[in-house]
Design a protein around this ligand. Structure first.
Ligand SMILES: [Zn+2]
Ligand SMILES: [Zn+2]
Length: 292
């Protein structure tokens, strides 16, 4: 409690604190109701789109959490968002067939967000049927970087056999793209300097998800959150200030400005996890399934 005062005190008055409480309580109540459901098979659920957290961890797998990977499943499509190195373990623990993916979106070219793709390709070559058509979309240089990594990791494997089935698409910041029934809006986030880092807003079956990817603070996140059913926001640090990642005080100070129906923190680092009982927001964990 002491640290919570330190974090939130001075950044909002008592009214702000009171205003936030019901939303947090509501979120927690939902989390309790939904429980650690995990995913239940590789098919689409009959209802609303769901997001399954395969890996809620950071690059260091802090707290033993697997690295960034999330699957959005709707009646229309199965979308993998980021592909951390632990991707295959995450898919198999959640009983999601690797071949059931229609679209893969990559926020940025850090290994904890895309280095699982060579393992997925290997899976498609030798273990599981590949999707008939697979689109992989992300920032510029994604295609080159993925194939370079694949050739480094598995130099004798016939990646070209798979390449015919995969379409790479470059997503530019401040654009909206459509992949079948899934609309993907992108903004650039302050995280990498030469490479482009993106945050996504996915809309499918009338529901929308905002995923921050890795990012420092940017005002653009506020309007981007508008009307989202779920916002998944990185919270690497508890109190450390950095221009390329978010911390809890910054998120806390802007909580009332976000316009998402539900906010869940993810990508918590060692420091944030150590203080997780002082964080008054929902925190993602591996295997968590969230209804949009
Ligand atoms: Zn990361
Ligand atoms: Zn990163």
């Amino acid at each position: 409690m002491r640290a919570r005062k330190r974090v939130e005190g001075g950044r909002g008055d008592a009214r702000g604190e009171r205003r936030r409480r019901p939303r947090v309580a509501h979120n927690l109540a939902r989390a309790v109701r939904q429980g650690p459901t995990g995913a239940s098979g590789d098919g689409h659920g009959p209802g609303e789109p769901t997001l399954t957290v395969l890996g809620a961890g950071d690059a260091f797998a802090s707290g033993g959490r697997m690295q960034a990977s999330y699957v959005l499943r709707s009646k229309s499509a199965n979308v993998l968002i980021d592909a951390g190195p632990t991707l295959l373990a995450g898919l198999k623990r959640a009983a999601i067939k690797p071949g059931a993916l229609d679209l893969i979106l990559v926020t940025h070219l850090h290994g904890d967000h895309f280095a699982g793709l060579p393992f997925l390709f290997l899976e498609y070559l030798y273990e599981s049927p590949a999707p008939r058509r697979l689109t992989i979309a992300g920032p510029r240089n994604l295609e080159n970087r993925v194939w370079a990594l694949f050739r480094l990791m598995f130099p004798k494997s016939p990646g070209e056999r798979l390449a015919r089935k995969i379409r790479f698409v470059t997503l530019k910041p401040a654009t909206r793209s459509r992949f079948g029934a899934v609309s993907v809006e992108c903004i650039r986030t302050p995280h990498t300097t030469t490479d482009v880092s993106l945050a996504f807003k996915l809309t499918t079956d009338g529901k929308s998800l905002v995923f921050s990817g890795d990012t420092g603070w940017t005002e653009d996140l506020v309007p981007f959150s508008a009307n989202a059913d779920l916002m998944l926001l990185e919270c690497t640090y508890f109190e450390t200030e950095a221009p390329f990642h978010l911390n809890y005080p910054r998120i806390s100070a802007n909580l009332d400005r976000f316009r998402a129906r539900r906010l869940v923190l993810t990508h918590l680092g060692r420091e944030a996890l150590r203080h997780s009982d002082e964080i008054d927001l929902e925190i993602a964990y591996d295997g968590m399934t969230l209804a949009l």
